[in-house]
Design a protein around this ligand. Sequence first.
Ligand code: SAH
Length: 359
Amino acid sequence: MTAATRDLAELELPELERLLQDEGYEAFHARQLYRWIHRHALIDVAQMTNLPRALRARLDAGFSVASLRIVNDQVSVDGTRKLVLELVDGRRIESVFIPDTPAQTFCVSTQVGCAMSCGFCLTGKMGLVRNLTAGEIVGQVRTLALATGLLDQPFNIVLMGMGEPLHNYENTMKALRMLHAEQGLAVSPRRETLSTVGIVPGLERLSREPLMPNLAISLHATTDEQRTALVPPNVKYPLAAILDACRRFPLKKRSRITFEYVMLNGVNDAPDDARRLAQLLAGIKSKVNLIPLNPAPGIPYARPSDARVDRFAQILADRHLTVSVRKSRGRDIRAACGQLIVEGGVKKSAAQQMALLLR
Ligand code: SAH
């Protein structure tokens, strides 16, 4: 894509309608165009055969459809597949396909790197390079769906790749609207999960959105002291503020907030931690997802034994909480939670960026 061309895959349907109307074409052509791009993952305008020839020529001359280039494609022994995708500026991100029955899941990134600096996460070590555009977020889903042959099948989307979605609010929400559009992939919000460290103003904004994804909160600790050590944004948005926002969050019928809890051996996985966690979540429609750490070089924590994880889970279950233990998928290809990292391109250290963010 050259600087002079505009990316059609970056536009929501109403924007596309306006664009075509400005060019003297009727709005229904925008819907056809949107369908080609988003439902059929077609990037070559010349092949969009139901568009008038003159419109195709016009689009071909002044616009383009940006695609994400697959630069690496690895499949784990458990079937998890990780794509390294190159963006138009040469930056790279990772997106993961997690096969399961009956649901298939795409795990997508919202930023190149991440500014949150969580102590157990490799992406956090990269620092933030830049936000992804809405087109790049949606593009990952299209690329994964095309690569896995699932373009016309239902799938789940989790915003659990690189980045903090509420730190890139506008683009993330625009991407979700584009994914919902009936002319596109028509993804149901019930099939989407946004995972966040808990940026409270972002949670409040999210609670007013007309279309809402499922919400997952990366909690990971039960005291502010410990959480601040593991998840630095906790300084600004401490546990009580996050849990308050969760209590106020308008949940759909039968839906619950997921609380993710990375288990670090000997750090946050004692029976007392489990008891405190149960107390904190009292009165919130919740489920707890325990994630035994995926260890990595440079991460100063270890994964607890299965027995410790089971004991922790049992304490929560005894207190009538719904608990699941996340299966670790794709660890052999570094596609598991917290293992997404693409080397290079970092300007400031993660710690410097975090300091800027919290000023
Ligand atoms: N920034 C958002 C989205 C990323 S989600 C968030 O933090 O929620 C990635 C999930 O994987 C989070 O719950 C995160 O805490 C977890 N995670 C990060 N590093 C991990 C690791 N090394 N092992 C297991 N889970 C990890």
